[in-house]
Design a protein around this ligand. Structure first.
Ligand SMILES: NC(=O)c1ccc[n+]([C@@H]2O[C@H](COP(=O)([O-])OP(=O)(O)OC[C@H]3O[C@@H](n4cnc5c(N)ncnc54)[C@H](O)[C@@H]3O)[C@@H](O)[C@H]2O)c1
Length: 327
């Protein structure tokens, strides 16, 4: 699914040549079968997979010489080995989140990337998503004053399939889905001092519905909810409400006017957003870093590793019933 979403982006660019694709599933490698995405328009392209080299083993693609960048959208437990292999043979690597299945491996990967000639960027697409990059600018320039509270919400019914049903592989909703919002809190507000989480498991054996409060020194209330335990038919929902001193911003992916801005004495304003999804801006940014020879800064490999570490702290908080500090 994510492989096709990224492929859609590359195949529409004139500065990139898609040289090869890989999938160990013959039906997917031939294009006969296609995984469906969460969001309308995702993985929807019509790239002819037969027009490029095709490998049924990802390592063979990674080791193929005439490639500058590998975009790894493999199941999470494979991220570490395949990204290490890519970096070790000098490729640039865009790696789907979570950076690795465990924080230890994620930090090891981040460390390896510091000495490799290729860049490693975790695909934390929400940092690039229209509406979310708008929010980053407003938090930074303080046009509406300081943030008093922020709530992020990402809930859906379970995506199904063997990978997403196996908590050991995907990490449950907490690791696979909610990591986007944990990461966005560190992106906007820095690393939290501690996390206090509540949640339960019902599908994967890992946490499938979570609610977390992130503790920051200067922002009174930052929370996030993530779930894929919603009843079948519940739409994929991605929202935030951020209350500034002088305005409130409210985003809802499923609303016609996705971003509404509320200001004292004014009618609610619909904010015009850049078109499309985060993937095209994320890939555009990474390609620009490669062309300029500059390490990615919008999201670093270390950020990706910290995101996994914060998720592990949230999980520990649910198990112990206490807040867990982030060291
Ligand atoms: N950034 C996002 O918004 C987002 C959204 C969904 C998934 N993801 C992440 O993307 C990753 C993949 O998720 P997905 O939903 O695309 O899964 P998917 O099952 O649709 O795709 C994974 C593919 O990898 C193939 N594969 C497995 N082993 C292989 C190997 N050794 N060589 C070549 N191909 C191999 C499988 O056949 C499968 O087609 C996961 O880590 C997930 O967390 C990110």
């Amino acid at each position: 699914m994510m492989g096709n979403s990224h492929l859609d982006v590359y195949s529409h660019r004139s500065d990139v040549e898609v040289v090869a694709v890989s999938d160990s599933d013959p039906a997917r490698l031939s294009g006969e079968e296609k995984a469906a995405g969460n969001i309308e328009g995702q993985a929807a392209g019509s790239f002819d997979l037969h027009s490029v080299m095709r490998f049924d083993e990802g390592m063979d693609l990674i080791n193929f010489e005439d490639i500058d960048l590998v975009d790894i959208c493999l199941p999470t437990p494979l991220h570490y080995d395949y990204a290490c292999a890519g970096l070790k043979c000098g490729k640039h690597v865009l790696l789907e989140k979570p950076l690795a299945r465990t924080a230890d491996k994620a930090f090891a990967l981040a460390q390896l990337s510091q000495t490799s000639s290729g860049f490693l960027m975790p695909a934390m697409c929400i940092r690039f998503w229209p509406g979310w990059s708008w929010l980053q600018r407003k938090i930074e320039d303080q046009e509406f004053g300081k943030v008093r509270s922020a709530h992020f919400r990402r809930v859906a019914s379970h995506p199904g399939g063997p990978f997403y049903s196996d908590g050991q592989a995907c990490g449950g909703a907490i690791m696979d889905l909610h990591i986007h919002d944990s990461d966005i809190t560190q992106f906007y507000f820095g690393r939290p001092k501690s996390v206090q989480s509540f949640g339960y498991s019902c599908i994967t054996g890992e946490i499938d519905h979570i609610f977390t409060r992130y503790e920051f020194e200067d922002i009174p209330l930052v929370t996030a909810e993530g779930s894929w335990s919603m009843v079948e038919g519940f739409p994929f929902t991605m929202q935030y409400t951020v209350n500034f001193e002088n305005a409130a911003a409210d985003f809802d992916l499923n609303r016609k006017d996705q971003l509404l801005l509320y200001r004292k004495g004014r009618e609610p304003e619909s904010v015009a957003l850049l078109p499309g999804m985060g993937y095209e801006y994320e890939i555009d940014y990474f390609l620009d870093c490669i062309k300029r020879g500059r390490q990615p800064r919008m999201v670093t490999a270390e950020d990706g590793a910290w995101a996994v570490k914060i998720i592990e702290a949230e999980s520990a908080s649910i198990k112990t019933g206490h807040a867990v500090s982030i060291e």
